[in-house]
Design a protein around this ligand. Structure first.
Ligand code: FMN
Length: 326
């Protein structure tokens, strides 16, 4: 993703090689800013075979509902120009099964666990949040995925409506965990939706979920995905995510922000931080290489060292500041 080619860098140890990588996302103190993105790192400790999960800032698990959910018909993923399209459709075992079958391995791996939840009604968000609260210790925060259809509003996405987003966030606070609202880029009202989420008690925002898209299979003369359309992710959404982060940081200087979209290397992560993100999530890149979050982390340390940066906190929002203060 680098616009300008940099010389080959020395591998930098995950500890940071001299750069203080620690950051703060809302009330969460993270050892470093690199997190996994919901839905791209499994439900549990699947990635532990490829990297040390305790070294990441946090692990966000695939969105869970209060109930088991089968997801969408296949095919559910396809490569497209600039990234991939998916319509997995939030398949999952439900919070209780997840807590029984997956959470112990995440705890054993020493992961900082963020649980992503979804629902089709406000009450389903509340129920999922209640079940997460009952799942026991070892959960750092709740990421509330409001990019799902609201059955109480003609299936319009929660994340496309400020009041519906506020209701889902408010309902999710029953868990008592710090709430991070994960927003959709498919709305001209992103700032209004973000304000609604923060006003309802979210302390942080994750920006952004996938962009709505569709691809055509020429042989079948039909949409490539079983569900018809899907969500675009990967390099093509990087600039969209940067803009969302930049605008939300300018509008909400005190909110925690996790930037996600097309981050595949240290330069991409550094751009997110400079745009205003306190932390960065790695999604589609992990599907291509399960080591990607660790690779991004060590590359970010190298990029920041190259730039003469002493600490991650020093660059967060740098692009918002007057030239002399960057
Ligand atoms: C296969 C796949 C499944 C996803 N599942 C979820 C999910 O369950 N919950 C969620 O909030 N986002 C989900 N996402 C969105 C990602 O977390 C992320 O916001 C988006 O892909 C943009 O980041 P990226 O370009 O790094 O992938 C999914 C993305 C992909 C590619």
């Amino acid at each position: 993703m680098s616009a300008r080619r940099r010389p080959a860098r020395r591998p930098v140890p995950l500890e940071g090689g001299g750069v203080d990588l620690s950051t703060r996302l809302g009330s969460l103190e993270l050892a470093n800013p690199v997190m996994t993105a919901a839905g791209t790192a499994g439900h549990g400790a699947e990635l532990a075979a490829y990297l040390d999960l305790s070294r990441l800032g946090a692990v966000v698990v695939k969105s869970l509902a209060a109930f088991a959910w089968p997801g969408n018909p296949s095919p559910r993923v396809c490569p497209v120009p600039g990234g991939m399209l998916n319509s997995v459709g939030l398949q999952g075992p439900g919070v209780e099964s997840w807590a029984r079958d997956e959470l112990p391995a995440l705890r054993a791996a020493g992961a900082r666990v963020v649980v992503s939840i979804w629902g089709r009604t406000t009450e389903e968000f509340a129920e999922a949040a209640r079940l997460v609260a009952g799942a026991g210790p070892g959960i750092a925060a709740l990421e509330v995925n409001v990019s799902c259809p609201n059955l109480e509003d003609r299936s319009r996405m929660f994340a496309h409506s400020p009041p519906a987003t506020a209701e889902a966030v408010e309902a999710s606070r029953v868990s008592g965990l710090p709430v991070i609202a994960k927003l959709s880029p498919n709305t001209p009202e992103l700032l209004e939706v973000a304000a609604a989420a923060l006003g309802a008690g979210a302390e942080s925002l994750t920006l952004v979920n996938t962009l709505l898209g569709l691809f055509i299979d020429l042989d079948r003369r039909a949409p490539a995905l079983g569900a018809g359309g899907g969500g675009l992710s990967g390099p093509a959404v990087h600039t969209v995510a940067l803009r969302a982060v930049y605008e939300c940081r300018a509008a909400f200087p005190d909110a925690g922000i996790a930037g996600v979209g097309g981050v595949a290397d240290g330069a991409g992560a550094a751009r997110m931080l400079m745009a205003g993100a306190d932390a960065v999530q790695v999604g589609t890149a992990t599907l291509a290489d399960p080591r990607a979050p660790a690779v991004v982390l060590s590359d970010l340390a190298a990029v920041l060292a190259d730039l003469g940066v002493a600490s991650v906190r020093e660059v967060v929002g740098a692009a918002q500041r007057p030239a002399k203060e960057r």
